[in-house]
Each structure stands twice: as structure tokens, then as C-alpha cells.
Design a protein. Structure first.
Length: 737
């Protein structure tokens, strides 16, 4: 048999056959791994950054909006409370009550004269006060049909019958002619029409007082209403002078309804408010009223009513049109919504860009006429509808935050709540800011991340090729050495180069000991540094409990003197410096304070741009804690004087000191901070915060514990939970020694 005829090589046949699988090489795997890790890490970082950034910014925006919402709500309630108090004072004012009686009696007298003349019992129509001539009657009718009527129609965009507003009362017609028509462009400036009537006599006596009363409170108008429902006097002298609020065209106005409600209660010292509504005498301008009954000898004789000042409400809600300074950025605003889902305050966009507002409002569903009227009148009160989720939730009495469309269909983050400025007036308050502005940093971060990721992928691809090639070489040498060992060779040495980790395997153990010793030394240094930082943040007793794992760390301290100091003038001085320079100087001052505190046995609690808080007797009980705290305050004054002289700045210090029981502890969970609180802390802050002069302000408790005779000056009293405390002031410059 020839070789060619043999069935096969027996040796080859006895060896196992290795199946070859097509897989990626180690080099390719390393290259792919590096690319996936780099790209994946960028994606993960981007997603986490976007989610966390969005969440953090949303929370920050919500917190800021809640603060603005609550602040504006308090201001609105305070405004209505101020109006109510002024009305209660006015209702008890003898001058107002006497004016009401005088005007009511004079109005009735004019009516009686007019009725007598109408019955033909007067000698001649123009011979007595209270009677209009035929020509004057014609002028009055013409005023309503040719002047007031067209103006009302133009304002309401409707055709109204102006003649229905012409009063039937002889007194009302008489007064309208002499004080509205004859009064010219400024009828409120007329003190006496000179017609000789008893009403004009009363007007000459009381008008200036009532006009000043309205002007000082910024009331657009003030009226006196008789017990039978006639407006017997008004400051503004509109067509409602002499109007009947019980019957006739004015009986359905919000003024009439508020008057009827106030009088039906038959209660003195009460004020009834109406919500805003159209008021024809004001050419249908949105008008709201506050009405208070007036009494003489405990008998109700009429009422006083004032027109609520829209400008003051708008000023509160817009922050004096300084939205950005009020924490609302470039797009935020706060506004009120009435139960009819229309605004009760001013729209920011209408103020800043009326044309853009008009387009956006029409696009959001507001009628073109209402949008044009808002632009023409410069107000959105009762014109701009707000049928949004935030408004509806607020009007249902709910409080919260939401991300949704606003009244102009712009996506916003909003904080909403109900607000009841007065009994019977249920509004909603909304503070909102565009989502795009609130989340702008996240969008910028995402854009930059995408660009940097693309650049990084290119760089990593190039570096990965080099790294993969270098990483494979030692493995190939190890592979060859393994094959030699598998073949039975001994004493195989692997030369893997001079810088590879494989070279260090033989000497790893010896180096491991030295490495561990070095690492332990570094860890000990780090632990000591952490301990030092911990002791600077909190007292040792609290730090110990914190290291032991206590979750709630709090301590009460008896007989502690608390000091709160403010460097007066530093903010103005630092305003002309850069932020870094200003902070460096403030830190220099606080370092000097800290050194002085250590010398006097005083413990610093915290120092911020708002002030410096310290205590004495907190962790180390001291019998003379009050004296030490005062001495430290004097040293602070000297430090500020030296610093001001060095820097050429006019600086001074205002310090408040109080002694009492305080509590210290760690506040927060994920991010804890050491803090100090209690009545003594609050009072120390109030002493310096409420002072108008510089110096050192001490409560009587501190003064009682200081044996030295010092040049105290009485600075009044302050109310505390334990009663009234006398406050003393010490001028540091007056203390010698």
C-alpha cells in the first residue's frame, strides 16, 4: 500500500481538533470597550445632569415663586386691612358724621324746594336756591345726552340710553348742574358754588377735610350716603352725585349692593367690601368699594364709601413694576384672579410690550375688543381672562405649584394659592415664570454636552487604537511564555518591558508593605484634617455625637450671652469693588473677629454677609459670659475702626446682645449645618436689626450681669416672650479704657 493509499496519519488523528470560532480580537474588544465606556459615561452623566439639573432648577424656581406668592398675598391682605382700619377711624370721626348729617339735611331741603317749585308754588324758578331755570335744566339734559352718553358708549363699545341716568330728584339735578357742569374740568377743586344753598354752605365747611382724607389714602373717590340711600356728597363730583342706590339705574351697581349689605347688618364698626365691577359714572372703569355705616348718638344716619385704589393694588402685585428686582427674572409676574376668572391686577407683558401682549392675548382666545381696550386703558382688570389650571385650583381654595400654560398660552412654572383680602372677596393669587427662563441653564448644559461628546468620541477613538495596541503586546509575550511552559520548559522568564506592571510582580510584596504604610499615614493625615474641619463647624460635644451616628443632635444651654453684629456701610463700600475683592475684605474682617473671639472666650457660630453670630457660655460655661461678650463687642468696634481707617471706608458696627436660654444643634439631613436658635438669638438679631443708630445694644438682662459702670443710654423697650425688656445703647467711642 502506498502512502497515498493509507487511511490517515495516526498521530494527527489522535489529537483533538480545535474548533475555530470567529470572534473579535482582544485589540478590537479593547477598542470597542473604551469607546463604549467613554460614550456611555457621557450619556449617563448627561442624563443624570439633565434630570438633576431640571429637578434642582424646578425646585429652586418653585421655592422662589412660593416666596413671591406668599409675600404678595400678605401685602394685599395688609392693604385691605389698612383700608378697613382707615374706614373704621373715619366712621368714628365727628367731622365725617357731622358732614353726613349736614349734607343729608341740606339734600332733603333742596329736594323739598324743588318739589315746591315743580308744583308751581314758587314765585319764580330762579329766585331761590334749589331751583333750576328752564335753561339750566336744558343744559343738564344736554350734558347727559351729548357729553356723558357718547363717552360711556365709546368706553363700553355699546349703545346705552344716557337719558336713563338723568336723575329725577330735584336736589340731584340741582347739585349736578352747579358742581359737575359748572365745576369745569376739575369739579373736585370747587369749595363753594356760591348759590347760597345750605348744601353749598356745608360743602364749603367740610369739602376740604373730606378731600384731604381721600387724597392721603389715595382713594379715587369718597362719597357720603344718606340713610335713605342717596349719594348726598362725593369728592370727585361725578354723575353719581345725588344718585339713588335703592331704586333706579344705580341700584344694581356694586356700590349699591355693598351699601345695602352694610346697612342691613345694622352694625357699627364694620366695613363691607365689594369686588371690582363696571361702574357707569366712571365710564365703566372697574371699580370696587368699601362701605362703613355712620352713626350719631348710636343711631345709624348713613354711610361713608370709598373707591378702592387700583394703583395701590397694582403696585403691590408688580412690586412697583420692578419684577426682576422682586425675584421674578425677565419673564415672571404675580397677579390676582377674581371668582369670574378675570384679572384683578396688572399684566406684566401689557406694561412692558403692549403690542406683543395684544397679539398673544388674542391668540390665546381673548376677544380683539377686550385686548384693544386693555392696551388703550393700560390695565387688564376685568378684561384679561385667566382660565388656567393654576387659577382654577387657586379659586377652589387649593395651594401648590404647577407647570402648565398661563393666560397667554405660554408654558410656565406657577405657584398658586387662594387669597381673601376681605370678607366676601375670594380671589386667587398666582406667581409664575416662563419655564424656558427657569430651566435655561439645563438647556445650555445639554447643548454643550452634545458638542463635547462628539469631540470626545473622536479623541477617544484615536487614543483607543494606541492604547489597545500597547495593551496587547505584553499579552502576546505572556502567551508565548505560556506555550513554552506547556511544552515542559522551566525557568521561563518573561520580559515584558521596563514600565509594565508585570515587571513589578516579583517585587510587589516588598513594595506592598511600604505602600500600605504610606497609605495609612495619608489616611491618618486626612482623618485629622477631617476632625479639624468638623471642630471648626460645630462644638466638640456635637461633633462627638455626630461621629457616633446620632440622627438628631440638639442641646439646650442655660445662661448664654448671644451676640449678633452687622458691619454697617460694608455693602455700600463693597459695591464699588469686584466680588472677589469684596469677599476677601469681608473674610479679613471675620478673621479678625474670630481671633478676638478666641481671646475673649467667645465662640463663633456663623458669619455671613448678613451678619456675625457668636455666643459666650455655650459649650464652656462661664460665670462672666455677659462681660466677655460685651468686651468682645467693644473689640469688634475697634477692629472695624482700624479696618475703615486702613481702607479709607466709612464703616461702623451695630451689635445686639441678649442673655438667656438657647438651643444649638445640627439642622438638615443630607446637608447638615450647625445652628443656634432661641429667644436670646432672635432678640439679639432684632436689637441690631431694628436699630436706627450704630453702637452696642444690650437688653436689661445683659446690663444686670455687667458690673462695670458704662455710659448707657436708654434705647426704648422691646417685647419678648417673657415680657417687655428695656434696651440700652452703648457708644463704643464713649467708652474709655
Amino acid at each position: 500500500m502506498s502512502v497515498a493509499d493509507a487511511p490517515g496519519d495516526p498521530i494527527s488523528a489522535s489529537l483533538p481538533q480545535v474548533r475555530k470560532r470567529r470572534t473579535l480580537s482582544i485589540k478590537s474588544l479593547l477598542l470597542l470597550m473604551l469607546l463604549l465606556v467613554s460614550v456611555g459615561s457621557n450619556v449617563v452623566v448627561g442624563v443624570i445632569g439633565y434630570v438633576n439639573g431640571t429637578d434642582s432648577l424646578s425646585k429652586a424656581a418653585n421655592a422662589r415663586l412660593i416666596e413671591v406668592r406668599d409675600s404678595r398675598a400678605r401685602e394685599v391682605v395688609n392693604l385691605f386691612s389698612t383700608i378697613q382700619n382707615s374706614m373704621l377711624l373715619a366712621s368714628r370721626d365727628d367731622s365725617v358724621v357731622n358732614a353726613e348729617i349736614a349734607f343729608s339735611n341740606a339734600f332733603s331741603a333742596l329736594d323739598n324746594v324743588g318739589e315746591t317749585a315743580d308744583a308751581g308754588k314758587a314765585a319764580s324758578p330762579g329766585s331761590a336756591a334749589g331751583v333750576l331755570t328752564a335753561d339750566q335744566e336744558a343744559q343738564l339734559d344736554a350734558y347727559f345726552t351729548d357729553d356723558f352718553g357718547p363717552k360711556l358708549n365709546a368706553a363700553t363699545h355699546e349703545q346705552s340710553d344716557a337719558s336713563s341716568f338723568i336723575p329725577t330728584s330735584a336736589a340731584a339735578r340741582y347739585l349736578l348742574f352747579h358742581y359737575v357742569i359748572e365745576g369745569g374740568d376739575t369739579p373736585s377743586s370747587v369749595d363753594d358754588a356760591g348759590d347760597g344753598s345750605a348744601w353749598s354752605t356745608a360743602h364749603a365747611e367740610f369739602h376740604d377735610y373730606l378731600r384731604r382724607l381721600a387724597s392721603l389714602s389715595d382713594y379715587p373717590d369718597l362719597v357720603l350716603i344718606s340713610g335713605s340711600g342717596q349719594i348726598v356728597y362725593s369728592v370727585g363730583k361725578s354723575v353719581d352725585l345725588g344718585a339713588d342706590l335703592v331704586s333706579g339705574p344705580y341700584s344694581y351697581t356694586n356700590l349699591a349692593l355693598a351699601y345695602q349689605k352694610a346697612m342691613s347688618g345694622n352694625r357699627l364698626d364694620s366695613v363691607t367690601f365689594s369686588d371690582f365691577g363696571p361702574y357707569a359714572p366712571a365710564l365703566d372703569d372697574p371699580t370696587a368699594w368699601a362701605v362703613a355705616p355712620l352713626a350719631s348718638d348710636d343711631a345709624i344716619v348713613g354711610a361713608i364709601a370709598v373707591r378702592l385704589p387700583v394703583d395701590r393694588i397694582n403696585n403691590v402685585m408688580t412690586g412697583g413694576e420692578n419684577w426682576a428686582e422682586g425675584g421674578l427674572g425677565q419673564t415672571g409676574e404675580a397677579y390676582l384672579v377674581g371668582s369670574d376668572n378675570t384679572m384683578r391686577s396688572l399684566s406684566r407683558q401689557l406694561v412692558e410690550d403692549p403690542q406683543a401682549y395684544q397679539k398673544a392675548a388674542i391668540a390665546a382666545g381673548l376677544s380683539a375688543d377686550d385686548a384693544q381696550q386693555a392696551v388703550s386703558s393700560g390695565q387688564t382688570l376685568l378684561l384679561q381672562t385667566v382660565n388656567t389650571q393654576a387659577a382654577n385650583l387657586a379659586l377652589k381654595g387649593q395651594t401648590g405649584t404647577i407647570s402648565s400654560g398661563n393666560y397667554l398660552n405660554q408654558q410656565t412654572i406657577a405657584a398658586y394659592a387662594p387669597v381673601t383680602p376681605a370678607k366676601g372677596i375670594n380671589w386667587g393669587i398666582i406667581a409664575e415664570i416662563d419655564s424656558s427662563e427657569a430651566l435655561a441653564p439645563v438647556e445650555e448644559f445639554t447643548s454643550r454636552l452634545a458638542i463635547s461628546s462628539a469631540i470626545l468620541v473622536g479623541i477617544v477613538s484615536l487614543i483607543s487604537v494606541i492604547i489597545a495596541s500597547a495593551a496587547v503586546r505584553p499579552l502576546r509575550r505572556l502567551r508565548d511564555a505560556a506555550r513554552r511552559i506547556a511544552a515542559g520548559e522551566t525557568g521561563v522568564q518573561v520580559d515584558v518591558g521596563e514600565s509594565d506592571e508585570l515587571v513589578d510582580v516579583g517585587t510587589a510584596f516588598n513594595e506592598m508593605s511600604r505602600s500600605l504604610e504610606l497609605k495609612n499615614s495619608l489616611l491618618e493625615e486626612q482623618r485629622q484634617e477631617n476632625e479639624r474641619l468638623l471642630r471648626t463647624l460645630m462644638p466638640e460635644t456635637l461633633a462627638k455625637r455626630y461621629r457616633e451616628g446620632a440622627k438628631t443632635i440638639v442641646e439646650d444651654h442655660q445662661e448664654v450671652t448671644v451676640l449678633f453684629a452687622d458691619v454697617v456701610g460694608f455693602e455700600e463700600y463693597g459695591r464699588g469693588l469686584g466680588s472677589e475683592k469684596s469677599l476677601d475684605l469681608l473674610n479679613e474682617i471675620f478673621r479678625a473677629f474670630d481671633e478676638a473671639a478666641e481671646e475673649h472666650g467667645v465662640e463663633r457660630v456663623r458669619g455671613t454677609r448678613q451678619g456675625y453670630l457668636a455666643s459666650c457660655g455655650l459649650t464652656v460655661p462661664r460665670v462672666d459670659h455677659a462681660r466677655r461678650a460685651f468686651a468682645f463687642a467693644m473689640e469688634m468696634a475697634k477692629i472695624i475702626d482700624r479696618f475703615g481707617a486702613q481702607q479709607g471706608a466709612t464703616l461702623s458696627i451695630r451689635v445686639g446682645l441678649d442673655t438667656g436660654t438657647v438651643t444649638s444643634g445640627l439642622v438638615g439631613r443630607s446637608s447638615m449645618a450647625y445652628d443656634l436658635w432661641g429667644d436670646a438669638v432672635s432678640l439679639a438679631f432684632r436689637l441690631q436689626g431694628g436699630a436706627t443708630e450704630n453702637g452696642i445694644f444690650l437688653t436689661q438682662r445683659v446690663v444686670d450681669k455687667i458690673p462695670d459702670t458704662l455710659p448707657y443710654t436708654d434705647s426704648g423697650v422691646v417685647e419678648t416672650t417673657g415680657g417687655w425688656q428695656r434696651v440700652w445703647r452703648v457708644d463704643p467711642t464713649a467708652v474709655t479704657g
